[in-house]
Design a protein around this ligand. Structure first.
Ligand SMILES: *Cc1c(COP(=O)(O)O)cnc(C)c1O
Length: 397
């Protein structure tokens, strides 16, 4: 019988089996001489992808869209997809000039309320790199300012503050996940006149909370000069098209902003978009070796992800995105109704597709890939989540 990945660690719905990880590692070991046949290895890869495909039916708890189809890219993996430097004009003599990146940044800068002509942006490895970029520009601009972030900010924000050696001030959040602006005012008052770099979140990880950007700016009045970074990795595009349209972007005072690409848009590999008001971005280079300027946080970057994003956004347009958000929010409302009927006390922020409810038993959380925190669990009505999935989940409950 051919070796199978399933003989190693089982699927997530099965109980843990001791020793399984070790057997799986042994099966996949890279050996001094080429292992079995290429066909056999391709089969193992295929088996793993099939497993991921099956999980889609019960993938309720994480804010990533699994409904996408990039098969037109299928024949393109015998070309190097590497881009280096600032998103620049296409140059037919260079393999590293990526013509698809600038239209993606322009489109998203427009959605985020900016004049795209005055925004610098690039496609990142994910939302967290975009946060790093924004916080770095804040640090450069106001070197002595404390960093204010909410207790509900993404876990990587604290680590990034440490890397940037910032004086980080954690501010409590409200019960709905939004930053407590009264606490922010007090924290800032105690450090008056030092300036402020602040990370506001649009779509917090657990509750889907949205920080009130005008109130955040007002609360920081005692600080003096402010740099406002908006972590809109999860909720930016939802906010842009939700009926409530909370202030979330450049027109609401953001200086830098990040959006994830593999969340609402949906891509087969992680990516994100980092954006900044152009005047805040230093000109770096041109470097001899690259023949390019480069203000990004990387050197070589993935050149496929801008094309994936371009393809998805070209297929959708802003109307398609708006329709997608309406559908997600309607599914989230449906989940709220069903969970309320089961006595699970569901709640969602009006511009979030995250539905928070009383935590179910562990086997249900595991089977439906729910994220949990304390007594709470959440599901996220991403585009692949259907009413039929919600029904099936509720029957399980
Ligand atoms: C997902 C997320 C991040 C991290 O983004 P990645 O794209 O996973 O790197 C940061 N902040 C928030 C609020 C998120 O939801």
């Amino acid at each position: 019988m051919p070796a199978s990945l399933l003989a190693g660690s089982g699927d997530v719905t099965a109980p843990e089996r001791p020793g399984a990880d070790r057997r799986l590692d042994a099966l996949l070991e890279i050996t001094p001489v080429p292992a079995c046949g290429a066909a056999e290895d391709a089969r193992l890869l295929h088996e793993h992808s099939e497993r991921l495909r099956r999980l889609r039916r019960t993938f309720l708890g994480h804010p990533v869209n699994l409904e996408f189809d990039y098969r037109p890219f299928g024949g393109m993996l015998d070309v190097l997809w590497n881009t280096v430097g600032d998103p620049g004009a296409p140059d037919t003599a260079r393999t590293d000039r990526q013509p698809f990146e600038r239209p993606v940044v322009r489109f998203l800068a427009g959605l985020a309320g900016a004049d795209p002509a005055h925004v610098y942006g690039y496609v990142t490895s994910g939302g967290a790199e975009g946060n790093f970029f924004g916080m770095y520009l804040g640090r450069r601009r106001l070197p002595d300012a404390p960093l204010y972030y909410s207790a509900a900010a993404h876990y990587t924000v604290e680590r990034t503050a440490e890397l940037l050696r910032m004086d980080a001030v954690r501010v409590p959040c409200r019960r709905d996940g939004g930053l407590d602006t009264r606490a922010l005012r007090a924290a800032c008052g105690a450090r008056a006149g030092r300036g402020a770099v602040v990370v506001a979140t649009v779509g917090t990880t657990m509750l889907g909370g949205v920080d009130d950007l005008p109130a955040v700016r007002a609360a920081l009045a005692p600080a003096g000069e402010i740099h406002l970074h908006v972590d809109a990795a999860l909720g930016g595009l939802l906010a842009a098209f939700s009926p409530h349209r909370p202030p979330w972007g450049f027109e609401s005072g953001a200086d830098t902003l990040t959006v994830s690409g593999h969340k609402l848009i949906g891509t087969p590999v992680p990516c994100g978009i980092a954006m900044a008001r152009e005047h805040l971005v230093p000109r770096r280079g041109p470097y001899d070796y690259l023949g390019a300027t480069d203000a990004t946080l990387a050197c070589s970057r993935n050149a496929l992800t801008p094309m994936l994003l371009w393809y998805a956004l070209r297929r959708l347009g802003s109307r398609g995105l708006a329709a997608r958000v309406r559908r997600c929010l309607a599914t989230a409302d449906y989940a709220c109704e069903r969970l309320a009927a089961l006595g699970r006390r569901p709640w969602r922020h009006p511009s979030s597709a995250t539905v928070v409810f009383d935590r179910p038993p562990a086997h249900v959380c595991r089977r439906w890939h729910l994220a949990t925190s304390g007594n709470l669990a959440h599901l996220v009505a991403m585009p692949h989540v259907t009413r039929a999935m919600i029904d099936s989940f509720c029957r399980d409950l």
